[in-house]
Design a protein around this ligand. Structure first.
Ligand SMILES: [Zn+2]
Ligand SMILES: [Zn+2]
Length: 238
């Protein structure tokens, strides 16, 4: 989004969260961005790892979560929208993604009875620097939409991992080890947990967080993210 559009969208709340164009009240996306967004077709992805069936990694790795789902791929306009979280109109972006994520939970996990919702934490330093945790904002909205209690201190982020984007798939899993700790004061005995994050890349973060939730006694952990990454979906933003 250009600086001009950032300013326009700050002045006019009825602007597209992706491109900043003025749109009708109560809407989030302009027609163009709505058409350009790459939604996930649930019939074509693996319910466990959340990847397109052709890319499924469940034979290679036993994940700690029982399922992974997301409404959109991490490409183009949706990638831009998630990025625009940083540009001030974060409440609308959070609401938009939370609504879509809640719908995804209802359709992908229709047979699951969730007890609680929680989210991937940030390190204290990062939180202080940014002022908010994107995943927490999403989780708070989803908690209201799905009427699920939120637990905000189940997982503790103990160290900032090395930047992940230069690492390959296996390195990412190694790099995530020891980054999160289970908060022993929280008891999740027998609970089915919905774990929220903004973007899933390899699933290493979700896997490590799910592991910590299981350590706290959780029965099962299911993940929901706003965006998910797949190999054959590499279209870049405008
Ligand atoms: Zn737009
Ligand atoms: Zn799979």
């Amino acid at each position: 989004m250009s600086i001009f559009k950032v300013i326009v969208s700050a002045l006019f709340p009825n602007s597209c969260i992706c491109c900043g164009d003025i749109i009708n009240e109560g809407e989030y996306l302009c027609e163009y961005c709505s058409e350009m967004s790459e939604t996930v077709d649930y019939t074509k992805v693996c319910g466990r790892c959340g990847l397109p069936k052709k890319e499924c990694l469940c034979f290679k790795r036993v994940f700690h979560f029982s399922g992974c789902a997301a409404p959109f791929y991490n490409t183009g306009v949706m990638k831009e929208a998630m990025y625009s979280f940083k540009f001030g109109h974060k409440e609308r972006v959070a609401k938009f993604f939370a609504e879509r994520m809640a719908l995804t939970v209802k359709s992908c996990y229709s047979n699951v009875n969730f007890d609680v919702i929680t989210f991937v934490p940030m390190t204290f330093r990062k939180h202080l620097k940014r002022g908010y945790n994107q995943s927490e904002l999403l989780a708070r909205h989803i908690s209201k939409l799905l009427k699920l209690p939120i637990i905000d201190n189940a997982i503790i982020s103990v160290r900032g991992a090395k930047t992940q984007h230069k690492l390959n798939y296996d390195e990412r899993f190694k790099n995530t080890k020891g980054k999160f700790l289970a908060n022993k004061k929280v008891n999740l005995n027998g609970k089915t947990v919905l774990l929220v994050d903004d973007i899933k890349t390899t699933g290493a973060t979700m896997d490590e967080c799910a592991k910590q939730l299981l350590l706290l006694g959780a029965d099962e952990v299911y993940c929901i993210t706003g965006l998910t990454t797949a190999k054959n979906k590499k279209k870049e933003g405008k």
